[in-house]
Design a protein around this ligand. Structure first.
Ligand code: TYC
Ligand code: MN
Length: 293
């Protein structure tokens, strides 16, 4: 059973962040007056399935949208431009940190074979704990996998879904890419820095290695399946976005999901890489908003 924590669990974001000695760009002064748009972002934790899950929340729209981060990700490191700019009149935006990631620690992150299923249940139970009747999902990469599983397992609870950089199975080619990112000292500073600040070097490096081992498990399952058998169970309207210059996730993954999620739409971004929602934030936000509304 999930319980919403009382006032003590809820902090204003700046308090939390000053404790972390970091300040994501979405907290810098906004172009629009804060009062006109209710641009405040709150940070809170709620007890769900035996852990305290952390989330950011902003907006006052009727349409609830959950943002699901990628591997090692968190709301603040992965979704700055979405938290800042998604329409706050139309949407109530929640960005969560899956257990073991971001500020949803303890526990330390682990990767049992059902870790995506566990994340999917945690994500849905978090939104139910926050009293949302139905939600849409914006899932990036690992968060896209989690979103697919949540949509398949809890069809009556998911309204619409946008996913990008996700894959439903693991191939030989994928495994080689995974091994290439195992050693975080080889990551670009730009990608590495926010995560190192969030976690400290050791937890970051160790958890990345654990993630590679965790995701490689699927390679040894029949068809390398992460969730391919679940795709036909997805019922919600689904938009798959793919960056044609994504160096991590080859095009065939997006095509496969498009083929097996009935009625899904595939939108290609020719210049998009894996982080297309950050690099082309305005274009991505408009695409997502138009699809969701
Ligand atoms: N799924 C990872 C994420 O959540 C990214 C990734 C995809 C890494 C494919 C390697 O071969 C890979 N950001
Ligand atoms: Mn189609």
């Amino acid at each position: 059973m999930a319980t919403v924590l009382g006032g003590r669990g809820v902090q204003r974001l700046p308090v939390l962040l000053s404790a972390l000695k970091s300040r994501p760009f979405f907290l810098f002064p906004l172009a629009r007056p804060a009062a006109a748009f209710g641009t405040s972002v709150t940070s809170a934790k709620v007890a769900v399935n035996g852990v305290y899950l952390h989330y950011l929340r902003t907006g006052e729209g009727e349409h609830a949208v959950l943002l699901l981060p990628g591997m090692l990700g968190s709301g603040e490191t992965d979704f700055g431009p979405q938290i800042k700019d998604l329409n706050k009149k139309l949407f109530t935006v929640v960005a969560w940190d899956p257990r073991g990631y971001g500020h949803s620690r303890p526990p330390d992150r682990d990767f049992p074979r059902d870790f995506f299923e566990r994340d999917a249940k945690d994500a849905v139970d978090l939104m139910k704990a926050l009293k949302f009747k139905k939600v849409s999902l914006l899932g990036w990469s690992d968060g896209g996998i989690t979103a697919l599983i949540a949509a398949a397992r809890y069809p009556s609870y998911i309204h619409k879904m946008v996913i990008w950089g996700a894959n439903a199975f693991v191939t030989e080619e994928d495994e080689m890419i995974y091994q290439g990112i195992r050693d975080v000292s080889k990551w670009s500073d730009k990608v590495k820095k926010p995560l190192e600040t969030l976690y400290g070097h050791d937890y970051f490096a160790k958890t990345c290695e654990k993630w590679v081992d965790g995701i490689t498990q699927f390679k040894h399952l029949p068809d390398g399946s992460i969730c391919r058998h679940l795709l036909p169970l997805v019922q919600c309207a689904t938009l798959i976005v793919h960056g044609e210059k994504d160096p991590l996730v080859p095009r065939f993954h997006a095509d496969f999901i498009h083929k097996h999620v009935s009625g899904s739409r595939l939108h290609l971004m020719p210049e998009g890489k894996h982080n297309l929602h950050l690099h082309f934030a305005n274009e991505f936000n408009k695409l997502a908003e138009d699809f969701l509304r």
